[in-house]
Design a protein around this ligand. Sequence first.
Ligand code: AMP
Length: 114
Amino acid sequence: MEKTLFQKIADKEIPAQIVYEDELCVAFRDISPAAPVHVLLVPRKPIPNIAEAKAEDAELLAHLMFKVREIAQAEGIAESGFRTVLNTGSDGGQTVPHLHIHILGGRSMQWPPG
Ligand code: AMP
């Protein structure tokens, strides 16, 4: 199967500003930032989106959630606050079919989202 865009970034076949990586996940700066801090956290495993995650992915998903906290701290937005977003499918506005958590901060966010 052809690699997803984010697998190619994780495998360093496409350049990106990587801010964190380990054996399970990679975090890099969004190429089109929607906030002063905009990091995408992706599992190396190409789960298409959260709706298609399997029970066997539960530990990996927990790992990602905990890494959100570490990345927010490293980016200096943990105290001021930040937004995490998982766009899922067509109505969710997902454009890259590889699960990713947007971590946005450095400005005040609006609610509800568009
Ligand atoms: P989504 O719309 O939730 O699927 O988010 C996909 C995100 O990937 C968007 O915010 C894009 O700006 C971002 N993106 C697309 N291509 C790249 C790339 N080559 N490097 C970093 N971010 C990217």
